[in-house]
Ligand binder design. Sequence first.
Ligand code: AMP
Ligand code: GLY
Length: 408
Amino acid sequence: MSVIIIGSGGREHALGWKIRKDNDIELYYSPGNGGTSKNLTYRYDDEALISFAKEKKAFTIVGPEEPLAKGVVDKFKEHDLPIFGPTKDAAILEYSKVWAKEFMKSNFIDTAEFKIFSDPSDAKEYVKDKEEIVIKADGLAAGKGVFVCKSNREAIDAIDRIMIKREFGYAGDKIVVEELLKGKELSFIVISDGKKIMPLATSKDHKKAYDNDQGPNTGGMGAYSPAIINNEVYNKALSIMQKAIDGMRRINREFRGFLYGGMMIVDNKPYILEFNVRLGDPETQVILPRMESNLLEYIKYAYEGRLDELEPIKHSNNSAVCVILSSKGYPGSYEKGKVIHGLDKINNAIVFHAGTTRIGNDVITNGGRVLGVTALGKDLESARKIAYDAISMIDFDGMYYRRDIGKI
Ligand code: AMP
Ligand code: GLY
């Protein structure tokens, strides 16, 4: 059997690593990165990818949000090709934050109080007397379209960047202005066949660029699993995810795929900050190394609408920590093309590649988030130590990472 994974990040590398570990399959990446092999050069919307999938009778799994938002699943289905991920109609839960907030409201899913604006002057008038407020671009912005503002000036600046300077293009046609929630964050990911859900291990990512949660938001600078939460919170989180899946089915937007609830826990109650219609990155890089079940089996059963035939997904009792090594300057501008040294010295951690490519025998940097170094340990502290010891052996010009990943 052949499997194609669409995407090029650490999440996709981890997905392929896990699937290959448990199954005897032929694995291709489209387009993959410097850490993956059998990389196809086609873009996800390239007809050549369809032809390749037909020729190999491949099962395709979609990693990132963009192909889902552009309808790659619908397109494969038109060709009767098996593919796992939500259709474009269902992916709207991520690609429109405005739509998602309205969906949450009508399905009684707890979320921060909010207002929607399409006119920057109205938005500025509304935030005039507010000190703490969160401003979000409606559309996809690679995790960079959210501004957690601590003063009125920051809020005005965020509105200008999104709606006037249009840093995120038409993703900034509308904004969500919402209440700032204070609590602990949780990434809660489930796999669904459109009816039933099965939870993956809990995790938490570190979104801010610098230590002690300072600096701008990024796609994620590191993660750990499991997240530290009690049973009450866990059960509430699970029921929110079920409500979302049921709500989508009721409006004929059946959701088959991975659904990610980005939550804030306030007084033992989870609130949804965002839904993502895919696995998280870097969360996947800590969840999958702990997973004992065969993920591909769950993906196939979910694809076929038969998740109720399987046992719950099992994870080991140990902890995992993943530290992202990024290019200096990320999430702003950064240089590429730096040679990475020391990868051959790592033997007790797993290095997932993201923004890397190969030139001859060299692995060189090719993106903002370059590598994810994941370690497993009996507890968080020992996993942390193994991860950071491994990192001390890796080097490239401008390498930057947070020192406090997994510290709680
Ligand atoms: P999102 O992409 O909507 O999850 O937002 C990215 C990050 O911004 C979240 O992981 C939080 O750290 C922060 N954030 C988003 N919305 C809120 C909120 N209403 N209150 C506090 N922090 C938030
Ligand atoms: N780590 C956050 C995300 O995948 O959206």
